[in-house]
Design a protein around this ligand. Sequence first.
Ligand code: PLP
Length: 375
Amino acid sequence: MPAYLDYAATAPLRAAARQAWLAHAGAPANPASVHGAGRRASEALEQARDRIAELAGASAGEVMFTSGGTESDVIALRGLARRGRRVLVGATEHKAVLDTVKALPDVEVCVLRVEPDGRLHLPDLEANLGPDVAFAAVMAANNETGAVNDLDAIRRLCADAGVAWHCDAVQWPATRGEPIGADTAAYSAHKVGGPVGVGALVIRRGIELPVYSHGGGQEAGIRSGTVDVAGAAAFAAAWDEASRQRDAETARVGELRDRLQAGILAAVPDAVVNGQPHRLVSHLNVTLPGCAADSLLMLLDRAGVEVSAGSACSAGIPQPSHVLVAMGADAQRARQSLRFSLGWATTAADVGAALSAVIDAVVLLRGARTPAGAR
Ligand code: PLP
């Protein structure tokens, strides 16, 4: 079995999610149907909505099911864009946010700086807020580095300025429990151990979004289309399990991440950890000078260790990570960085395998031996 350390790209399905999915998949399940099967589907869907609302710190009426994080971002951003002529977006946002914002017609886009640690530069947000701003899009935690933004400050600044805050919270529920409190927040099932292709958009009461897709009028008329009941139930089950096991899981995952980080730094003393100190416990983004990330990825994959360079979505595109560049890295350093992301099923053996493979790869790529005793 390979050592899978790419939870930020997608997490393995949790047993509870699989069970919930199987309980509903295959049954005729159109929650809009009035017969018994339809009513059972509707009941299951509303139970999933209730639980997700509770976990997100929202009410059921504020939760809309979607096909994933990307669609949740797009529905929110396109909808909120009508509120003003300028939009603010953090420089390290996921492409689902950045590229959606850049494609919006008739708005002026202001890209907000981040600090060297990857957190939003709050004075830049404050200076750019104003009555002509439609929204500020600032994520909860970064998918490449795990850097966690100061959510309280962002909420306060946006609220004081009367500007809607959209938060991409896709990386949040796997290891964090605090409600976001944004005007709109995007979630994705597969990052927390649910199935791919299901997500949620939390829309705070009082925020009006226009119709995104016309049709049967599902999901408050904003997103028409038959909702994936099995997917929604599995999403709720996955998030529920993550939440109930949070304390134990985060302690265990954090300890494994720290062990991996310490091992890499001991063996490769010039390695640089990106995105500290305010980070999710699950993420380790590290620059290994002199080692191209695509070569590292290939060598690690050959050794049975699955990680990524930058975000999985931009892997394969020969460009330096926009996240690391925004944090001040030069293009070369940004091309020499790997992301390890751990989660609910990561074991000490996975971390041991990753550490050995990284050290071997660095030795090979540098064409020199690491100091004796490094392993
Ligand atoms: N936003 C962030 C921060 C992500 O990490 C991802 C997934 O890579 C997405 C959005 C997109 O989510 P999905 O794959 O569910 O569309």
